[in-house]
Each structure stands twice: as structure tokens, then as C-alpha cells.
Design a protein around this ligand. Structure first.
Ligand code: AOS
Ligand code: ZN
Ligand code: ZN
Length: 388
């Protein structure tokens, strides 16, 4: 008998993780952007690569776009291309961090012309969402200051709120706004949306369709991220995850690579708060593959999320509740660790095969010949995403 009960496999079967288009483009650090053979030359090719991840894992049904990196003339053609390949176009990410005008802010800028320009960019992103059928607009703001006294932090919060309101009011139907926070970088003294509390305070004034986006790499070392997950779910404001992992700051490494136990703990709280396979809580990746192969990097990532979800689903809630009630500290911890230490990989491989998916998606991709085909076809590919 498999350790994965029918209830667990039924839950796993529903799991979907959105891939970021920029994960397929060349990326690097501020020191160097590395080139990789077979890099997509445009967003159509990025979507094709993302569809390949879905083909071998069954786990990645949608692709997030970044505007203007993924700007095209005809979004219905891009949408049809994605659908032909069995994936959907997902979250639209705005970009206010690569324009000369935004050196001192965008949605918080004190110059009305610049703030208007930044708001208009978001309205254009919503036009894109109308064409792609995307539900979510994700906003990450690279705004803040480097020196005490440099800026009026309070006035910037007020302008931010006014800007967000204008953007929010343009949403229609099921569309949502998710506001991402990050504790520092590119600003080093103050950041206008540095933490979940600020994001929550801002979106709470807008309405039900404004939520918080939690990027797992955007906290100070030692932060109890699963506590934040619990609290946002409790408040009904956890709109999405940007999953990745980090050793130091916003490293954007493969999710579950740096600290699999943290990923497990986060998913336990997601399940506890009713956020797993709940359309209100989008699971996305936000990663860059600077030195490793990009498509296999994304395959590894979604498998890591699936694996930690399976382990979290193994948690013996009755035993845990009993230990907690008895204040059996070591007993509760042992129940928790039993689930975490269970190797679910053989059971997942066997379950994949039963569903007509490759038991080993990494090996299946390597054997498919896709990589050599794109390397031959995409000669002269340009960097996409961060390096663009
Ligand atoms: C930046 O640090 C954030 O994580 C954003 O989500 C950003 O938009 C993303 O990394 C792609 O640019
Ligand atoms: Zn992010
Ligand atoms: Zn980030």
C-alpha cells in the first residue's frame, strides 16, 4: 500500500504552480548576465518552454508575464499559442524599476507627472489582463530611499495609497491586485512596502480583491515566514506566493533548495489555513536560473513544491492535536518531524506513472531531445527578463 492515501493523491492531483516567464530568460547578478544556449528569443518561446515543464510534471498549468519584458502586439495570438500548448497565461507583473523617471519613486513619486505615468503603466497592464484572460495584477515596487532624512516616508505612504486606489478601481470582474513586499533592495534605508504589515495596511483600504503577495525570499534572516502565512490566511488576505529560496537576501534560488524544512513548515500552515488548492491563494515561482539549466531548474522547483506538499499532507493531525492538548512538547515535535522526514519520492514516482506522467520528469525531459532542438533552432537568442 502506498503511503500516499487516495485522499492525499486526490489533493495532489489538483495542485498547480504558476511559472514565471523570466525564469526561462538569461539572468545573472549585477556583475554579469550569463548566456545559455537555447534561450528563448521572445515570449512565445518562453511560453513553449514553460509548457514543457507542465508536459513532464502535470504541475505547471500557467505562466506569469512581465510587462514590458513580455509585451507583444497581439495578446490573443499569445493566448492561443499558450492554450495550444496546454497552458494558460497567468499573473501580469508590472515593472516600475527600469525606467529613468522612476529613480526616486513611481507610485510614491512626489512629481505628479511621474506618478501619473506609473499609474498609467498599471492601467495598461490591466488592459493586457483583459486580453490574456489573466486574473491577477502583481505589483512589486522598487521604491524607497538610501539615507535618513532623504524622503518624507509618511507622504509617500499617502501617495502610494492614492495610486493603488486608482489602479484598483480599474479592475473588473474577477480581477485582483496583489501587492508584494520586500524588506530592502534596491533601497537600503527605507522601502515603501517593506513588510507584510505595510502591504496589508495598504490593500485592506482598497477592497476584497486587493491582497498581499508573499515572496519567500523577501524577509530578514530568521523571520518566521510560516507565522506570516498563518496570519495572512487568518485575515483572508494571502493572495499569492512567489516561491523561491535564499541563503542571504533575495537570492531567487530554486524553491526548497536552501531550506526544505522551511518550505514544509509553510505548506503545513497553508493547509491549516485552507489555502491549498484554493483559487484565492496562487502558488507561483519567482526564480532566476543564473548558472543551472533553466527548464530542468523549473522542473526541479515544481517537484520540490509537490514533494513538500505530500509530506505536509502526511501530518498526523489527530496525534498532533493529542500531543498539543497534553502539552507534550517533544511528542508534538516528533509527530511534526515524522511527516517531514518521510521520503515520499518513490510513492510520488509510482503515482505519476499511474497517471500517465513520467515517473522521473527530470530524466524524461533530458531524454526528450527538446533541449537540443531549441539550441539548434534558437541560435542568436537574446537575453530575456532581468537582463533585457
Ligand atoms: C523583486 O524582487 C520581486 O521579487 C518581484 O516579484 C519581481 O517583479 C520579480 O522578481 C521579477 O522581476
Ligand atoms: Zn517576487
Ligand atoms: Zn524578489
Amino acid at each position: 500500500m502506498s503511503i500516499l492515501t487516495p485522499d492525499i493523491t486526490a489533493t495532489l492531483e489538483q495542485q498547480g504552480i504558476e511559472l514565471p516567464s523570466w525564469a526561462f530568460g538569461n539572468s545573472g547578478t549585477r556583475f554579469r548576465v550569463w548566456t545559455t544556449e537555447g534561450t528563448p528569443r521572445d515570449v512565445f518561446e518562453k511560453v513553449a518552454d514553460a509548457a514543457e515543464v507542465n508536459r513532464v510534471t502535470g504541475l505547471a498549468p500557467s505562466v506569469a508575464l512581465h510587462i514590458p519584458w513580455d509585451k507583444v502586439d497581439d495578446y490573443s495570438a499569445l493566448r492561443a499559442h499558450a492554450e495550444d500548448l496546454g497552458v494558460a497565461l497567468g499573473t501580469i507583473n508590472s515593472n516600475t524599476f527600469q525606467d529613468e523617471d522612476y529613480k526616486f519613486g513611481a507610485l510614491t513619486h512626489e512629481d505628479d507627472r511621474i506618478r501619473r505615468k506609473a499609474i498609467d503603466h498599471h492601467l495598461e497592464c490591466i488592459d493586457v489582463m483583459d486580453a490574456t484572460g489573466s486574473r491577477d495584477l502583481k505589483i512589486w515596487l522598487a521604491e524607497g530611499s538610501n539615507y535618513p532624512g532623504q524622503m518624507d516616508m509618511r507622504a509617500r505612504q499617502d501617495r502610494l495609497n492614492d495610486s493603488l486606489r486608482q489602479i484598483y478601481e480599474r479592475l473588473s470582474g474577477e480581477q485582483r491586485l496583489v501587492l508584494e513586499y520586500k524588506f530592502f533592495e534596491p533601497s537600503f534605508y527605507h522601502t515603501d512596502v517593506p513588510d507584510w504589515g505595510t502591504s496589508y495596511a495598504q490593500v485592506a483600504t482598497l477592497g476584497d480583491r486587493a491582497m498581499v503577495c508573499l515572496d519567500t525570499g523577501h524577509h530578514a534572516p530568521g523571520t518566521n515566514i510560516e507565522f506570516i502565512v498563518m496570519q495572512l490566511l487568518r485575515l483572508g488576505k494571502l493572495g499569492s506566493f512567489d516561491f523561491n529560496s535564499r541563503f542571504y537576501a533575495d537570492d531567487d534560488l530554486i524553491v526548497g533548495a536552501a531550506d526544505p524544512f522551511q518550505l514544509f513548515r509553510i505548506i503545513v500552515e497553508v493547509i491549516r489555513g485552507g489555502g491549498l488548492n484554493n483559487p484565492d491563494v496562487a502558488f507561483m515561482l519567482d526564480q532566476c536560473h543564473n548558472v543551472e539549466a533553466k527548464i530542468p531548474g523549473q522542473i526541479r522547483s515544481v517537484l520540490n513544491v509537490q514533494e513538500m506538499t505530500a509530506r505536509a499532507l502526511l501530518l498526523d493531525h489527530d496525534a498532533l492535536a493529542a500531543a498539543r492538548t497534553a502539552n507534550d512538547v517533544l511528542g508534538a515535535q516528533a509527530v511534526f518531524m515524522d511527516a517531514f522526514y518521510t521520503d515520499v519520492r518513490p510513492a510520488l514516482a509510482e503515482w505519476r506513472e499511474r497517471r500517465g506522467l513520467p515517473a522521473d520528469p527530470m530524466a524524461a525531459f533530458a531524454a526528450s531531445g527538446y533541449q537540443s532542438t531549441i539550441e539548434a533552432a534558437r541560435v542568436g537568442g537574446t537575453q530575456a527578463g532581468w537582463g533585457a
